[in-house]
Design a protein. Structure first.
Length: 202
């Protein structure tokens, strides 16, 4: 599926399905609640979210938006096992599930041009993918490495897989590095937790 296919989500007026049970929180570390507060102060005209590193429903940063608020979503997962577990858990009328490895060189081909929320959790190259993204989603949730200090960033490496290295100190980017990147891209820090930084577009 191409980025154009993902953008077609905006043309689908399907309301969704009642088969998926509603739950108040899906995220791991109160991301749902922080995103709810972001929505209270941020416009969301497309009601489309993109989750890079979707993994599963039970630890999702976007499930609350899709299942409780009727948003449309593009879920991208590079792990074949996680990719298969995504099927049957999301309303197919409003969700596209893509098996792909998102890299700086292909992110602009895979993602829609206009959407409201981006979540990136790919255990390593998060900084470089966001840096390369040309689209300007109105809200961004991105994983950082609290072990890194200053403006430290893992070198760009398209072949990197955290599961192979298991190096908690090396992966990803520091809070400082992501704050500087966000500022250059026109975003302000809204909040943070132990795993993610939350930004809104100025």
């Amino acid at each position: 599926m191409s980025g154009d296919d993902a953008a077609a989500l905006a043309q689908d007026d399907t309301l969704g399905t009642d088969e998926v049970p509603i739950k108040m929180a899906y995220s791991r570390s109160n991301e749902d609640q922080i995103i709810e507060r972001m929505l209270a102060v941020t416009d969301a005209p497309t009601r489309i979210c993109v989750d890079i590193g979707a993994k599963d429903l039970e630890n999702s940063n976007v499930a609350n938006l899709v299942l409780n608020h009727g948003w449309r979503a593009l879920l991208i997962e590079r792990g074949i096992k996680n990719f298969h577990t995504l099927f049957g858990k999301w309303p197919p009328e409003r969700v596209c599930i893509m098996y792909a490895t998102v890299l700086p060189k292909n992110v602009n081909d895979l993602l829609p041009k206009d959407f409201d929320l981006l979540s990136i959790d790919i255990d390593g190259q998060d900084y470089h993918v966001w840096a390369a993204l040309e689209a300007r989603p109105r809200m961004v949730v991105i994983e950082y490495n609290p072990r890194k200090a200053g403006h430290a960033v893992q070198p760009q490496d398209d072949a990197y897989e955290w599961k192979k290295s298991r190096d908690f100190d090396a992966y990803g980017a520091s809070r400082g590095a992501l704050l500087a990147l966000a500022d250059r891209k026109g975003y302000d820090l809204f909040d943070h937790n132990t795993d993610n930084l939350f930004f809104t577009l100025r």
